[in-house]
Design a protein around this ligand. Structure first.
Ligand code: ADP
Ligand code: MG
Length: 610
């Protein structure tokens, strides 16, 4: 038998290696823009077409390449950035592996035009699937222009693997944000076809953040950014953290180290800790935190697409970081917060006596407990009943002289489907704490959480409306404007058909802005913009493939917003109406997100208590 092992042809080997570096249009964008930055560009223009499938172009005014270098640049492991293994530990440039261009050229059609400032003529190179088709002198601007066309033209499997245009565009924008948030001294423009998406002039970090995320609502961003700054011999930390009241469901959170984006779940916890007690558990703060450390003390993962980075002094940095965030939140507390603008504000020295800094506070009370409000109903001593119940729940181990309430009180009927038929006909409903509806049923007493019940009822209704287009629209007299960032606008466009069916009406204004002309008749017109933003947030936070759960997310957010709230007084008719509608639902036991709507105290259990 002949030998069976052979070397792969270069073209195949390159394609395989390319898969490591180039996974989607966004990876091409990242590599090209990082190269432009490494080349000292001060102005970078990006053009994409069809979410980068047909074109990704990056034009820079950097130092350009000689003809030989331009040709060499496409060779694997060709780099001008390091020359020995030692250099790996002092890397300051974005690239260093010399693999990106080789990888891109293996899976796309590439046109490179480049000229050094002092050269009279530049060079044009056309290369596709690693083969060079053209190399000639051309007249061109100084700097470099890369056009990457028809990505994965020769790897159909990879092409099919790409997601929808909106998803790919989202990736492109995320990659763009990660780069422009660091390189603020460089001006950037970003075009989707002929549409200008971003025009960012050279500025500082704060203005860059505002220009990107506050593109259409700058004020919101101007008001929320608090400076953070700490300098120790281990690490310098600078950047901005958002005020607690601007925390949101899907916050904008960035860590950078030595000019490179990184993910770091452990340091993330340090930041979150500083905010604990100040924000709700479901929300998190915006932050943009920049580390500068001795490159020798970190291990920038050699894998090109990974963004995790290991630190030598992780624990110490954790403490420094958490303290730095706490300090700036503390400072904010002693400065008037109305229209607070860092730029104009008096700079409070960071060496203020820490003892005098009051712990950060917000109006949110994490200990809020609706049971403790002073509602009195003299005939039945419900408070006492529940007071005991609650206490028992908290201290399950304490010795009890009476019945073990916990087990006896919260026993649930196994057969709640039967509940509705058993509701004693027109038995009086009783609203407890303006939060629960109590009603007699044959087997005992039913207790319904009014807010959750209404959420379920509305959710079912909205789901039906989305399928049947039956909703009534309520016109807004003075239409409000919804202004979105480009990536949010992409998601919003996907939600739009569903929202239309629910009675929302929009008119597209300029890029990424929409005038809200009508709303679902179940929602007040007052805070419709906030509602839509919240809905967007939730949608972004759900599965990677948004379309899969889009209906549910929209219906649930809307239901949660429009539902009557705990604390709302209900008339007897309103209570029976809600109960009727709840039991008309096939899923009356749980809310769409799985929270218990009702519980039953059986007659037997109640009897035992006397
Ligand atoms: P790396 O960035 O890791 O060195 P690349 O494959 O991305 O590897 O690039 C190879 C080389 O091509 C770089 O080291 C650099 O010398 C050159 N190069 C790439 N892009 C540019 C550019 N926009 N301007 C000038 N030189 C560039
Ligand atoms: Mg590179």
């Amino acid at each position: 038998m002949s030998d069976i092992i052979h070397l792969l042809p270069d073209s195949v080997a390159n394609q395989i290696a390319a898969g490591e570096v180039i996974q989607r249009p966004a990876s091409v964008l990242k590599e090209l823009v990082e190269n432009a930055i490494d080349a000292g560009a001060t102005n970078i223009k990006i053009v994409i077409k069809d979410a980068g499938r047909t074109l990704i172009q990056v034009i820079d005014n950097g130092k350009g390449m000689s003809e030989t270098d331009a040709r060499m640049a496409f060779e694997r492991h060709a780099t001008s950035k390091i020359s020995s293994a030692d250099d790996l530990f002092t890397i300051r440039t974005m690239g260093f592996r010399g693999e990106a261009l080789a990888s891109i050229a293996a899976v796309a059609q590439v046109e490179l035009r480049t000229r050094r400032e002092d050269d009279e003529l530049g060079v044009l190179i056309e290369i596709a699937g690693t083969r060079v088709f053209k190399q000639e002198s051309v007249q061109c601007d100084s700097g470099t222009s890369f056009q990457v066309k028809n990505l994965f033209f020769n790897v159909p499997a990879r092409r099919r693997f790409l997601k929808s245009d909106n998803v790919e565009k989202g990736h492109l924008l995320n990659e763009f944000y990660r780069i422009v948030l660091v390189n603020t001294e460089v001006s950037f423009s970003f075009y989707d076809g002929d549409d200008e998406i971003f025009q960012l002039s050279a500025s500082n970090i704060k203005i860059r953040i505002e220009n990107i995320f506050g593109k259409n609502s700058k004020k919101r961003w101007q008001q929320q950014l608090l400076n953070i700054e700490t300098s120790t011999n281990l690490i310098n930390i600078t950047g901005y953290v958002g005020k607690p009241e601007f925390a949101q469901k899907s916050a904008v959170q960035y860590f950078f180290v030595n000019g490179r984006y990184m993910r770091h779940p452990y340091f993330h916890k340090a930041v979150m800790l500083a905010y604990s007690q100040m924000i709700q558990a479901t929300e998190s703060p915006n932050y943009f935190i920049y580390f500068e450390v001795d490159p020798q003390t970190i291990d920038i993962n050699i894998h090109p697409t990974k963004t995790e980075i290991k630190f030598e002094n992780e624990q110490a940095i954790w403490s420094i970081l958490s303290a730095a965030v706490k300090e700036s939140l503390g400072k904010f507390n002693v400065v008037p917060s109305i229209d607070f603008d860092q730029e104009g504000a008096i700079d409070i020295p960071s060496n203020v006596n820490v003892e005098n800094v009051r712990p950060p506070q917000t109006n949110f009370n994490p200990n809020y407990n609706p049971f403790t409000t002073s509602y009195k109903r003299p005939t039945l001593d419900w408070e006492q009943l529940y007071g005991g119940f609650e206490k028992k729940k908290e201290e399950p181990d304490s010795p009890s002289e009476g019945q073990p309430f916990q087990s006896s009180m919260s026993i649930e009927s196994n057969d709640q489907q039967q509940t509705f038929e058993n509701i004693e006909s027109r038995s009086e409903n009783f609203q407890f704490k303006n939060r629960y509806i109590l009603t007699g049923i044959k087997s005992g007493m039913l207790m319904i959480d009014q807010q959750r019940a209404h959420t379920r009822v509305l959710f079912d209704l909205f789901m039906i409306q989305m399928e049947n287009r039956k909703a009534v629209s309520q016109q807004i007299l003075f239409p409000e404007t919804l202004e979105l960032t480009p990536d949010d606008a992409l998601i919003f466009e996907q939600m739009m058909p569903d929202l239309n069916r629910l009675g929302f009406e929009f008119e597209k204004m300029e890029l990424n802005s929409y005038s809200v002309k009508g709303v679902s008749s179940h929602v007040g017109t007052a805070s419709v913009v906030n509602l839509l933003l919240e809905m967007l947030d939730k949608t972004k936070n759900t599965a990677e493939d948004i379309s899969a759960s889009l209906h549910e997310t929209i219906a649930l957010t809307l239901a949660e917003t429009a539902s009557l709230k705990s604390g709302q007084r209900l008339t007897s008719e309103e209570m029976s109406d809600l109960i009727d509608r709840l039991f008309a639902s096939a899923n009356h036991n749980f809310t769409p997100d799985g929270k218990k709507i009702m519980t039953i105290f059986t007659g037997e259990e109640l009897d035992k208590r006397f």
